[in-house]
Design a protein around this ligand. Structure first.
Ligand code: NCD
Length: 307
C-alpha cells in the first residue's frame, strides 16, 4: 500500500508526474470529474485547518467522489482516549483513502501502519507537511518553469514551520538549488534537517537574520507564520511574532521575477499591499494545492487498485 507520509516517499519522477497531472486537470477538468465516483475520502483533522481540509474535500468532490470526516479532535473518539491505530483501523472500514492532520509528530505514520487504505499526512505537529509541498512545487513550476538552479529564501519560523521542513527536503534533490535561511536566532532550522538533508546532500545554504540583505539574490521568497501553537510560553511568541513583516519597501532590491510564496494563514508577515503585486503567488498557491491534491488522490487510489 502506498501512502504519503513524507515528501521523500515520492521520487522526483513521481513528483513531476503529479505536476503534469495537475496541469492537465487545470486545462481539461471535465476529463477528471467522474474518476472517483462512489469513492470516499475521510478527512481526520485533530488540529485546526482551513485550506488543507477544504482543499482535500474540494479535490475529492471535483473528482466525483464523496467525503466523510471530522474537523476537530473533540468531536471524535480521540476525546474518549481512542488510539490513532484503532481510529485508522476503524476508518479503513468506511473509506477508500484517509487525509490526517495531527498535533503529534509521527501520528499519520502510525495510522499508515494500521490502515488498510492509503493514508496522507496532512500535517503532523512541527514535523512535516508533504501536501503543502505539493502545492509549493506546482507553484514553483508554473512560475519558474523548472525546479533546478533556484535560490530559495525561507523566512520566519523555520524551527516549528513544518511546511519549511518538507519543502527543503523536496527541493534539495534538484541541481543548483541554494537555500537562504532567514530567521531569528530562536527560530532557526532544526539541526536534524540541516544534518539529514542539507549537509548529507552537500546543499549550499546560508543562515541570516537579515531579510533585506538576502533579498537581491532570491528567486523565491517563502514567508511563514510564527507558529504560536507550538510555543511553550506566550511571552516568547509575542516577542518573536513580528520578526519579519514583508512590505513594499523591503522589495526594493528584489528581482523583478521574484516569486513570493506563503503556505497561509498569514498573520502579519506580508503586508496586504503586496497582494496586488504580480510577484505575490500565495493565493495561486492555494488553488494549486487543490489540483495537486486531486492528482495525489488519483495516484494513490490507482496504486491501491481502488479505481
Ligand atoms: C500551514 C500548516 O498547517 O502547517 N498551513 C497550511 O496547511 N497551509 C502553515 C501554517 O499553519 O502556518
Amino acid at each position: 500500500m502506498r501512502h504519503l507520509i513524507d515528501i521523500m516517499d515520492f521520487s522526483t519522477e513521481e513528483l513531476q508526474q503529479l505536476v503534469d497531472t495537475a496541469n492537465d486537470i487545470i486545462t481539461q477538468p471535465a476529463k477528471y470529474s467522474e474518476l472517483c465516483r462512489g469513492k470516499k475520502l475521510a478527512t481526520l483533522f485533530f488540529e485546526p485547518s482551513t485550506r488543507t481540509r477544504l482543499s482535500f474535500e474540494a479535490a475529492m468532490y471535483e473528482l466525483g467522489g464523496n467525503v466523510i470526516g471530522f474537523s476537530e479532535a473533540n468531536s471524535s473518539s480521540a476525546a474518549k482516549g481512542e488510539s490513532v491505530a484503532d481510529t485508522a483501523k476503524t476508518i479503513s472500514c468506511y473509506a477508500d483513502i484517509i487525509a490526517m492532520r495531527h498535533p503529534k509528530e509521527g501520528a499519520p505514520l502510525v495510522a499508515s501502519a494500521n490502515a488498510t487504505i492509503p493514508v496522507i499526512n496532512a500535517g503532523d505537529g512541527g514535523h512535516n507537511h508533504p501536501t503543502q509541498t505539493l502545492a509549493d512545487l506546482l507553484t514553483i513550476y508554473r512560475e519558474k518553469g523548472r525546479f533546478d538552479h533556484l535560490t530559495i529564501g525561507l523566512c520566519g519560523d523555520l524551527k516549528f514551520g513544518r511546511t519549511v521542513h518538507s519543502l527543503i527536503a523536496a527541493m534539495s534533490r534538484y541541481e543548483g538549488v541554494k537555500f537562504v535561511l532567514i530567521s531569528p536566532e530562536e527560530l532557526k532550522l532544526p539541526s536534524y534537517v540541516k544534518k539529514e538533508v542539507l549537509k548529507a546532500r552537500n546543499i549550499p545554504y546560508t543562515q541570516t537574520t537579515d531579510l533585506e540583505a538576502a533579498m537581491p539574490e532570491l528567486d523565491i521568497l517563502y514567508m511563514t507564520r510564527v507558529q504560536r501553537e507550538r510555543f511553550f510560553n506566550e511571552e516568547d511568541y509575542l516577542r518573536l511574532k513580528d520578526s519579519y513583516i514583508l512590505t513594499m519597501d523591503k522589495l526594493a532590491n528584489a528581482k523583478r521575477d521574484l516569486a513570493i510564496l506563503h503556505p497561509l494563514p498569514r498573520v502579519n508577515e506580508i503586508s496586504v499591499a503586496i497582494d496586488a503585486d504580480p510577484r505575490a503567488c500565495y493565493f495561486k498557491q492555494v488553488l494549486n494545492g487543490k489540483y495537486m491534491r486531486m492528482a495525489l488522490i488519483l495516484k494513490l487510489l490507482k496504486e491501491a487498485g481502488t479505481i
